[in-house]
Design a protein around this ligand. Structure first.
Ligand code: OGA
Ligand code: NI
Length: 364
């Protein structure tokens, strides 16, 4: 197969939002100013929906049969109606959440020259920089990213694991182990919430691919003109998002055509369904579009883990979930190809899923 041509435009010094913030320009550079229709809408146009669902993980891990059953029902509703939920009592040591937050923040606070020792190479999404930028005309997000492949080991690029801060690598290693367990459990309960065998996804996925992306959003003098992160759905099976303590409220999810802000809950983790689960469930569980906004005075940090099938995995709607009344909405595909497609296209809502969508002809 011919290699996919990718020409990421390297984001230079003046496009690094932390450096921009330091320089305090009186106007926002053009490349960050969104077209009017893409700008954050002000509070009046926000959804009035209340908070996203909360799942109490301890009821799933060690609840009595009634508690377990009820929480599985809550999970079904959360996945069907929201595609997003917050997990409390997830069992990950809070000190570990604090440590990962600290090393992530310390990394972003390093001088630019130090961070640029780990540049995001053309055609990849690992390292420091802005991912998903493919043309000079594309608008940039008000965000600095640092992304690393974690598991399996062959996806790692050891040259990108930073020497500073000193305990970065070991902290990420311990954190990722715990998050991996959480993801495996999440997928087990998600399978059960669909009436399927708990080990179904684990068996189907092989050695799951796990990657982390740390996002740092400095304050922005004109949060009404820019986006912290463009609207997108995640190319994962599930995503685990940790919001930094004291961060501004920035994450929003699209529900019924309105943006719903995700209010952080102390020590909780935000979970969302990714594209893989949408396809496997033939759209019953949705990979919901989301974005991040910036704040005038406050900064924001998020640590995001993407958990996905091994690249060899062949995916498509599961026969168990199809019946004669629901047409099959997605074609079968190889997850490695999907991943490549995902990382070589700009973030644009749910567009990447077109890769697998079957166009249903309603004219007949
Ligand atoms: C992501 C993402 C949102 C956030 O990294 O895919 O959706 O709040 N991040 O940083
Ligand atoms: Ni996302």
């Amino acid at each position: 197969m011919a290699p996919v041509p990718v020409f990421p435009i390297n984001v230079g010094h003046i496009d690094d939002v932390q450096e921009l913030r330091k320089a305090k320009p009186t106007t926002i550079p053009e490349r960050f100013v969104r077209d009017v229709t893409d700008r954050p809408k002000m509070a009046t146009e926000l959804s009035t929906s209340t908070d996203i669902p909360i799942i109490n993980f301890s009821k799933l891990l060690k609840g009595n049969p009634d508690e377990f059953h009820n929480e599985i029902l809550n999970l079904t509703a959360a996945c069907e109606q929201w595609g997003f939920f917050q997990v409390i009592n997830h069992g990950i040591d809070l000190s570990l959440l604090e440590s990962i937050e600290k090393v992530a923040k310390d990394f972003f606070m390093l001088p630019l020259e130090e961070k640029q020792k780990y540049p995001m190479a053309p055609g990849t999404v690992q390292g420091y920089g802005q991912a998903f930028v493919f043309s000079e005309s594309q608008k940039l997000d008000w965000c600095n990213m640092f992304a690393l492949g974690v598991e399996p080991h062959y996806i790692r690029n050891p040259k990108l694991w930073p020497e500073k801060p000193a305990n970065f690598s070991e902290t990420l290693e311990s954190y990722s182990k715990e998050v991996r367990k959480l993801c495996k459990n999440l997928l087990k309960y998600i399978a059960m919430s669909l009436g399927l065998k708990g080990d179904l996804f684990e068996k189907m996925f092989g050695v799951a691919v796990q990657a982390v992306r740390m996002n740092y959003y400095p304050p922005c003098s004109r949060p009404d003109l820019v986006l912290g992160l463009s609207p997108h759905s995640d190319g994962s099976a599930v995503t685990v998002l940790q919001q930094g303590k004291g961060s501004s409220v920035g994450l929003q999810i699209l529900k019924d055509n309105a943006w719903v802000p995700v209010q952080p809950i102390a020590n909780a983790l935000v979970i969302n369904i990714g594209d893989t689960i949408e396809v496997l469930t033939n759209g019953r569980y949705k990979s919901v579009e989301h974005r991040a906004l910036t704040h005038k005075e406050k900064d924001r940090l998020s640590i995001v883990t993407f958990y996905a099938p091994s690249y060899e995995t062949e995916l498509g709607p599961m026969p168990e979930l199809l019946d004669e009344n629901t047409p099959c909405k997605y074609r079968r595909y190889n997850h490695g190809e999907y991943s490549k497609h995902y990382v070589t296209n700009k973030l644009e809502g749910k567009k990447t899923l077109d890769f697998t969508k079957i166009q249903i002809d309603n004219s007949a």
